[in-house]
Structure formats: C-alpha cells, structure tokens
Design a protein around this ligand. Structure first.
Ligand code: GLC
Length: 625
C-alpha cells in the first residue's frame, strides 16, 4: 500500500531528518576524535607555507615535547655527530668548524653531506629541518675552488660598502651551492690593538667602518631570506672582542659601559637595522665577566634595547668558559641560556648539553618560557629561510663556486683594497713594457699566504692550497712580452741590470689566538735578509706587504723606494699587479692606524700618539685625481 501523500512527506522528512541526525552524529564523532588526536602533519598549520610564519611557529611549538625543544637549541659539529644522532636527539643544527670539510672537498661532496644530515633531521616525528652553519668569512673559504675574497681589513681599506654588498651576495651564492643556508659572518669586531690575531677579521679600528660594511649582510640575506640564493648572516662576535687588554684573543675588555657602547656596539646596531638573522656571542670578557653569561648585555641590551629578534648562538665551546672551570657544567648551561643564548655551539659535548639543560628546565632553574623564546627565535628563521619547503641543497648554485664572475669581483676588491704608503720618485706605477723586474719574498708566489687564515683549513696553509693567482703570477700576466720578470723567493740571482725589485713579504697564515703577537711586530729575518740582498745589488726596492695587520717597518722604510699594503688579498693576486702597473689607481685608505713602533700599541686615531701613517692615509699616483 502506498503511503498517503502527507504521510509520505512526513516519512520522507523523518527519513531525511534521521539521515541528517546520523550524519551529524558521525560528523560529531570525527570532530571529537580529531580534536583529541593531533592533526596529521601534512595538514598541520606549520606545514602550510601560506600561513604567516608567526602562526606556523606557534602551531609547531605547541606540538613540541621538551626533548624536541632542547634539540633545537643544540648545534653539533659535523665530525662529532652522525646523521642518525640528529634523528635520535632531534638536533636542530650542525656546523662545520674552520676547515671541517667532507672528503673529497668538493661542492658535490659538501651538498651530499648536507643532504644526509638534513634527511636525518626530517626523519624526526615533527620533521623539523636542521640548519647548517659555516664560516664563509672571505668567500666560501672551507671549499677548495671557491672564490677567496680579501679578508675584512682589506675590504675596510676599500671604503666601498656597495662593493662589499656584492661580495656578500656572491659569497651567499657559493655557500648555497653546497646546500648551506647559514654563514657565521660578518665579523663586526672593532680591532683596537693590532697585536690581536683576529685584527684582519675587522673592517677597521673606527666603529663607523664596520658599521658601514654591514652592507655585506644585505648582500648575504638579500631582500628576503626565502630567496634561494640568500643565506642567514651572523653578526659576530658580540661584543668587544677587538678591545681586549694587550690584544689578547678571548681576553678581557676593560672599558666603561659608555666606552663599550661608543666603540664596540655601533656595528651591531647597524647589523640589527639591516635585519641580521643571528648574532654570535664573543669569547672575551667585559670587565671580568664572560660575555657568554652576560644577561645584561645579551638580553637587556641586545634583545630588549636594540630589539634584536633573531637568535643568539654561542661561540665554539664558549659556554664552557663561563664558570672559569674547564668543561661544560650545569652552571655554565644555566647561566648561558638564562643570559639569552638561544642556540649552543657545543661541537662535541652536545649530548651533555642536552642532558644538563633538561635537568635545569625540570628543576625550574631555566624556565619553559625562556626555552620557548629560544625555540621560537630559531624556528622563525628556519621558516623564513624556506627550509621547511626546500630543505635540501639547491645544486643549481654550485656553478657559482669559483666562477669567473666572482673571481673578477674579487680581483676588483683586491685592487681597491691596496693602500699606497710610499712612492719615492714616482717609481710606481711600473712600466709593463721593456722592463727588467726581479720579484722576491716569501709571499710572492704563495696562494696560502696571500689568503691567510680561515682558508681551506682553520689556520690556513702555504703554497697552492686552492686554485688562484699569486701576486707573482699576476705580475707575470701584467707585463708585455718585451719585459723580463725573474723570480727567486730569497732574491738570489739579482744584479744591477734589473730596473726594479718587487719584494712581496709579510706574514704567514694564522687564525684567532694563534695569531696574537705579544712581542715583536716586524718582518721576519728571512724577509729582511731578502730585501737586503736586493738592495745590495743596487736595485730600487718596491715592498708589497701581504699581512693581516700593520707591521713595525719604520726602521726599514727609508731604504725602500715604495711600499704597498696589500693586506690578505685571497685568491685573486692579479688585483695587486693591477695597482703595481697602474691598470687600477691606488684608492685604498688605511682602515687602521699604522704604528711607528711596537711600543705604541695599542695605537688608534685620536689617541694623541704620532703614528707612522695615520688612519685614513693613502697615496695616489701622480696625476691621479
Ligand atoms: C671559532 C670562532 C668563530 C667561528 C666559530 C665556528 O672559534 O671564534 O668566529 O664562527 O668558532 O667555527
């Protein structure tokens, strides 16, 4: 029997309502279940690149366990950690220390290594990508074949922030060519005592110069960190590393707060204004207190007063030094994190760091709020870099490594960094044609020496350590076939037939404390003997000084016809020849005051002492505007 129409309507309605009710019950069950169970990662807010970074960070933070968070605060050195450790301990960062490279040391091997670590990081429950850091302080200097630019003291001599910005961009491309998105550069130290082994890492003794050269940060980070060619820059070392007593590396900077702020703080303010993404803490103390544990300077001044919103990374085992007792202690860890260190560079002791910090957090001696602040800062940069969307090496940038364009840029920088300090009788520029030139000196034909520390290895090396053009090769390439160039490192064979002798002398490579010079500041006996041999032949001597700082040469200068400060030019030594032969005018100006005697050190502009050459000094060629 068919159901009467009105009843059919009701039944239909009933059926419909019943169906809706059932559907509503099922839907409600799904909602209930989903509310209790985590959203599948694939659909999670933090996985959605269209969501604001702040929302992604908040979502991810809310999903993280304490161990997830502690891992993000931890940075291990590549040789002291296995990829599997990144998965097990949820380590958020890996670094290459100076010279720490895969074997073979090729861009491909670097990118493969990077991807192995990254794959392991992504295998964690939340799949948070790791961030890999490296010191590319004058080009991607750990990598054989990379373009090695002049060290900062030479770039300071150029007085050209726009050029330095382009160097930052080129360096970023080469670093990305190996997959790496984070550079522990630039060093913004204000070198106040040339005895310091890191003087060459400073753009100059006056804060205005390093402040101006923060343009390199804009080059490295570009308009957006999401740009595949951008890297996260690191302003280092915060703060006062160049002002220690006696120029002792990792020593004590004894200044009033007003002086510290006047001399050493401005470059960091400038870096923050440029949006620098990370800041590294310095090893030195300030009036006896280690910076790594200095809450006032790290949190009150850097983060609160200057408004730094990136993350703070400690220096290599720098945390260990806080309590004055060797090794990493609970007190070290507690004080560093509470002072404002967000990521700990604990190359080998990363397990101990995690275990100690876990205890401190559980005991309430380090608050969850402090941990979350650190994690939030780190995750923000990882999201901004696009690491969640593009975690693996973009190998399209590998072709930029050591490219002709980058080497040409480096050559330009070398030429602009040369400072002409003496030019008696206008002996310079040299005539490239019909000339008889004798070249000598320990640094004339040595890529390692002209590159200095932080090149292929931490301390640098001697000889052909990486492809490049030595100063001698540059001279040979600059002359016409009608000229003769003879070379002997010690000057043997020179005679009066030569029109000019070019002595390329100075310092061998060094880095950090190994380069401290508490004693004499002059040339080596070998170099002095070479110059004497040249002079004894009656040949006018042009000295090219390849060094990381001014040297004590006042006593010998009267016997030299000319003096050119070449600093540490890197792989493109032909830039020195460009100035020697006039292809490029000498436009460099001293970024540091030049001592008249080692007894004057420290000597700085305006301190009332009489230098051999003042800050900002530099000659031009006759007729040069
Ligand atoms: C070094 C340096 C620092 C560098 C870090 C990682 O000790 O002080 O400039 O970035 O360790 O290599």
């Amino acid at each position: 029997m068919r159901t009467p129409r009105r009843f059919r309507f009701r039944r239909t309605t009933r059926m419909l309502l019943g169906g809706l009710t059932a559907a509503a019950l099922v839907a409600g069950l799904i909602v209930t279940l989903s509310a209790s169970a985590p959203t599948p990662q694939a659909a999670a807010t933090y996985r959605d690149p269209h969501q604001p970074v702040e929302a992604r960070v908040a979502d991810l933070l809310g999903r993280m366990s304490l161990d997830d968070k502690l891992g993000q605060l931890t940075q291990a050195e590549r040789a002291s950690v296995n990829p599997a450790d990144l998965t097990s301990y949820r380590i958020g960062s890996v670094l290459s220390g100076g010279g720490s490279a895969p074997t073979p040391n090729t861009p491909t091997a670097w990118a493969d290594m990077y991807d192995r670590f990254q794959g392991a990081a992504l295998a964690t429950p939340l799949g948070i990508p790791m961030i890999y850091g490296v010191d590319a302080v004058h080009g991607h200097n750990n990598v054989v074949g990379a373009t090695i630019f002049p060290h900062n003291i030479g770039l300071g001599a150029t007085g050209n922030p726009e050029l330095v910005e382009r160097i930052g961009r080129a360096t970023a491309a080469e670093v990305r060519g190996t997959g790496i998105p984070w550079n522990f550069a630039p060093c913004l130290c204000v070198a106040r005592n040339d005895r310091w082994g890191r003087t060459y890492e400073s753009f100059g003794e006056h804060p205005d110069l390093p402040s101006a050269m923060t343009s390199v940060i804009s080059g490295m980070q570009g308009p957006s960190l999401a740009d595949p060619g951008a890297v996260l820059a690191t302003a280092k070392h915060y703060v006062g590393d160049g002002g220690t007593v006696g120029g002792v590396d990792q020593g004590d900077t004894r200044l009033s707060e007003a002086e510290l702020r006047r001399i050493h703080l401005p470059p960091f303010r400038a870096a923050i204004e440029r949006g620098v993404g990370s800041i590294m803490i310095s090893f030195n103390s300030w009036n006896g207190t280690k910076l790594h544990g200095h809450r006032h300077l790290v949190t009150d001044v850097l983060k609160t007063e200057l408004g730094f919103t990136g993350f703070v990374v400690s220096d290599w085992n720098g945390i260990d030094q806080i309590d004055g007792v060797p090794g990493l202690s609970a007190a070290d860890v507690r004080q560093a994190v509470n002072a404002g260190v967000d990521m700990a560079m604990v190359p080998t002791e990363w397990r101990r760091f995690i275990d100690l910090l876990r205890v401190e957090v559980r005991a309430g001696r380090v608050t969850t709020a402090r941990i979350d602040d650190a994690v939030r800062r780190i995750l923000t940069k990882k999201f901004e870099l696009g690491l969640f969307e593009r975690p693996y090496a973009d190998r399209s940038y590998a072709a930029t490594i050591g490219s002709a364009g980058h080497r040409a840029l480096a050559r330009q920088a070398v030429a602009e960094s040369q400072v002409l300090l003496k030019n008696a009788d206008g002996i310079l520029p040299l005539d490239p044609a019909n000339n008889l030139i004798f070249v000598a000196g320990t640094n004339a034909d040595d890529i390692g020496h002209q590159s200095g520390g932080w090149t292929i290895s931490w301390q640098g090396g001697s000889g052909a350590i990486t492809p490049g053009t030595s100063v001698l090769a540059g001279i040979r390439a600059a002359v016409d076939p009608s000229s003769t160039v003879t070379y002997d490192p010690a000057g043997h064979g020179v005679d009066s037939s030569y029109r000019v002798a070019v002595a390329v002398v100075g310092e061998g490579p060094y880095a950090e404390g190994a380069g401290d010079r508490p004693g004499a500041m002059g040339l080596s006996g070998t170099d002095l003997a070479t110059i004497d041999r040249l002079r004894a032949a009656g040949v006018p001597v042009v000295v090219v000084l390849v060094s990381g700082r001014p040297l004590d040469i006042a006593g010998q200068l009267p016997d030299w016809q000319a003096l050119l400060a070449a600093w540490l030019p890197g792989t493109e030594g032909d830039g020195v020849a460009d100035v020697l032969f006039g292809a490029h005018q000498p436009t460099g100006r001293l970024p540091v005051t030049w001592l008249a005697s080692a007894s004057q050190l420290p000597i700085n502009d305006g301190d009332g002492q009489t230098p051999l050459f003042p800050y900002g000094f530099g000659l031009s060629y006759p007729g040069q505007p």
